[in-house]
Design a protein around this ligand. Sequence first.
Ligand code: UFG
Length: 360
Amino acid sequence: MAQSNGKTVLVTGGAGYIGSHCVVTLQEAGYKVIALDNFANSVDDGCDGSIALKRVEKITGEPVTFYKCDLLDTVYLERIFQNHQIDSVIHFAAMKAVGESMQYPMLYYKNNIIGMINLLEIMKKYNIYNLVFSSSCTVYGEPEKLPITEEKRIGQSITNVYGRTKFFIEEILKDVTNSDDKWNIIALRYFNPVGAHGSGLIGEDPTKQFTNLMPFISQVAMGKKEKLTIFGNDYDTPDGTGIRDYIHVMDLASGHVAALHKLEKSHIQIKAYNLGTGRGVSVLELIKTFEQTNNVKVPFTFEARRHGDISTMYADPSLAERELGWKATRSIQEMCSDFWRWQTMNPVGYKTVLTNGHNH
Ligand code: UFG
């Protein structure tokens, strides 16, 4: 059990993929965690609890106070703020599938933007001004120069609605901060989070048909899907496939603790940081590493580029290293082996009944 640091963090979207991993890291750093989630993209235990968070409790030995709550339900949301003395908020809760966002733009604008506004209003009412916001490198749009630094102007040529919700929210946060200098906000621009906690107890369990690359690779390796489709082999990259900056989800999680420490030490009003490794890896390289690390086969075919995809994106993460004292340390091999451990221990995700007869 970790030594308490006496601080309480509210984690919205705490039952989700990144949220649940972050709760582990927060508890290990001594924070008391209150989590909320509406299960839009996470798995409940049938009694309004989160299977992922029950497993987090197993990993850390610490309880997580959990509320099934939608950020659009301000009455219930406010009750949480009335019930707890909250020091800071980490806001993950949002819709995040790029393809889905193009089909249902209003759903994305309503959930992501109104959800953020509701949270900001209630935080202000309860005098809580420390906020870490989940942003994304999609706010940069098509990069002109790589690696990408935080100095690049955001909001230009964003290719999808999901990315625009993150951009609009960053702009809202700047306006809010300009209007009231009590706000102390860090926006973390994630690159491509992959991997899972080393225990294999928690990981990514996509509940939607729109999947990212690593879960898809792993489903093919499991034999659940026949083959992977690689979207485009005619990009201007060494092997023709798209390049991304894949970051281990536990490194991403520790970036949030570093951001909270920064907000506790200094009043910065608002600042954005890239959370990436600084290394670009192609689709083919990721497949090869996954195959070699896990001794599996991942058959694939090439198809046309996916609409809205960019060619290459990787971070300059040096600002986070200088100012937050944070650096990603885990390798691509670790991302592949940790993801595979989670996948093989939980072939049907959180609905898998573990060897002890429970799914949590
Ligand atoms: N890809 C394939 N086949 C697949 C899935 C993906 O070839 O079945 C390729 C994509 O074309 C891209 C790379 O794998 O080159 C990564 O694709 P992902 O869908 O895993 O990730 P994206 O980079 O498109 O998007 C992710 C998140 C977003 C986030 C964005 C930031 O899904 O939420 O990173 O770059 F905003």
